[in-house]
Write a protein that binds this ligand. Structure first.
Ligand code: UD1
Length: 430
């Protein structure tokens, strides 16, 4: 089984290129099959989730050509099947985007109920409510969500919670419905805007993405396009916090600094220097870190997908910090692993109370999910001694070449596949 072996203690120093946003890519991939013309997508991250998504699209007849590692050409012209029961797709949450895309284009879709990271109950009631408001009949049978309509008609939807997934899913279906759809209390995340921009470049008529109210005028057909996905806010944020915990100096390149503002603000609060330029952000952690409080919120608030990373940093920050998770109810499972590395954290419901310690120490731990896995790698990079991390498949769902990018910044991290490789790593790192 593959593991990451990490010898902690090296400050991360240098520059790292950030890839395309995974969560935008997943929705854009689904949207790309809503036209019979060819779509070219650039800045596609080469991670497990996007690859699984493409595999599922191919299973129903989409033709996908990889032009290079980060560019794909997609044709949905030959789609013959509207049922996606691919075994892999269950594992990714974003499979629900195929529901919205197929429903919009063909008025019918059938997709295995989504899985994804196990970070608490993740209902899809708002997706279903939205599709029903567009006139679809939606039912769940034998583990499948089945949505169909004679004709989709625009509707008025007020989301009961701010949800990225349902906002995008309804936007997909509504872009080919008859008439106007209004989504109120819509999510404002950068990837919602990116998907709207992508659909508009295919001829959709979507206004207001990035605000609370999105207005969509349905069109009969969408056409081909060429589009580059926005940079990944969470990948960038992870490297920024990795700089903080290792007392490093890292410049994340190819980013949109505006998308990183809530992350930069917290880094400054805990004592880092953050310098922004047009498409890069530099984080310098020259002073000891100090405590702060943070609550995860929908954009432009502090992202829930950065919660484990900031917790790892606050675990090493002087004083008592409080982290409140307000999006998912079970997102502190990694704290047990962090405790084994010496952290002093008490979790009560959706709150973690953190007493900063002066150091973490290496341990054998498991990545419980994607973002927590990346956060534990960060803890290992800061820790004294060697850390071994199992279940790195979770991390590979959303980080491309994570260990290679970290190596580029001076980290001692390797992917090892056997006891022998681990011994070699131990010998090399002393
Ligand atoms: C997406 C991201 C995930 C991120 C999350 C919040 C993808 C593939 N995943 O997940 O990385 O952590 O946004 O930024 O893009 N909810 C409902 N009913 C619904 C849908 C959601 O009650 O029908 C609730 C959820 O339980 C959660 C909140 O709304 O409490 C936000 O969920 P949502 O934004 O939809 O997250 P995901 O799309 O699952």
């Amino acid at each position: 089984m593959e593991q990451y072996a990490i010898k902690g203690g090296n400050p991360l120093v240098g520059e790292v290129e950030i890839g395309g946003a995974k969560n935008a890519a997943l929705a854009i991939l689904a949207a790309s099959i809503m036209t019979d013309e060819t779509v070219l997508i650039e800045n596609m991250p080469d991670v497990r989730d996007t690859n699984v998504m493409m595999q599922a699209m191919e299973s129903i007849g989409a033709v996908i050509e990889r032009i290079d590692r980060h560019t794909v050409k997609i044709s949905g012209k030959a789609i013959r099947d509207l049922a996606i029961e691919d075994d892999y797709i269950k594992k990714i949450r974003a499979s629900y985007y195929l529901l919205g895309a197929l429903l919009g284009k063909y008025n019918k879709a059938q997709v295995t109920l989504p899985g994804g990271c196990n970070i608490g109950l993740r209902p899809i009631d708002q997706h279903i409510k939205g599709f029903r408001a567009l006139g679809a009949d939606v039912r769940i049978e034998h583990g499948l969500i089945i949505a169909e309509a004679e004709k989709l008609k625009g509707g008025h939807i007020y989301m009961d919670v701010v949800t990225v997934g349902a906002t995008i899913d309804v936007m997909l279906a509504a872009s080919m419905a008859e008439g106007q759809t209004i989504i109120e209390n819509a999510a404002k995340e950068p990837h919602v805007v990116d998907v709207a921009n992508f659909l508009n470049s295919m001829g959709a008529s979507i206004k207001g993405a990035g605000t609370d109210v999105i207005r969509i005028k349905g069109v009969n057909r969408l056409h081909g396009t060429e589009y580059a996905i926005i940079p990944d806010q969470i990948e960038a944020g992870t490297f920024m916090f990795a700089a903080a915990v290792t007392k490093g100096d890292v410049t994340v390149k190819n980013v949109i600094p505006k998308h990183l503002e809530s992350i930069s603000a917290k880094l400054m609060e805990i004592g880092c220097e953050v310098e922004e330029s047009d498409d890069a952000v530099r984080v310098v952690a020259a002073k000891p870190l100090t405590h702060t409080h943070v609550k995860t919120l929908p954009y432009p608030g502090f992202p829930t997908d950065m919660q484990p990373q900031i917790t790892v940093a606050l675990g090493l920050s002087k004083g008592t910090s409080i982290v409140t998770e307000s999006i998912f109810e079970n997102r502190f499972k990694y704290v047990d692993e962090l405790t084994r590395m010496g952290a002093s954290i008490k979790v009560e419901g959706n709150t973690a109370i953190i007493d900063g310690v002066s150091k973490y120490t290496g341990a054998s731990i498991s990545a419980p999910d994607l973002r927590a896995g990346a956060a534990l790698v960060m803890a290992g990079l800061a820790a004294e001694g060697t850390t071994l991390i199992d279940d790195i498949k979770f991390i590979e769902r959303g980080y491309e070449d994570f260990h290679l990018k970290l190596q580029g910044l001076g980290a001692q991290i390797e992917k090892v596949n056997s006891e022998r490789e681990l011994q070699k790593f131990r010998l090399k790192t002393g």
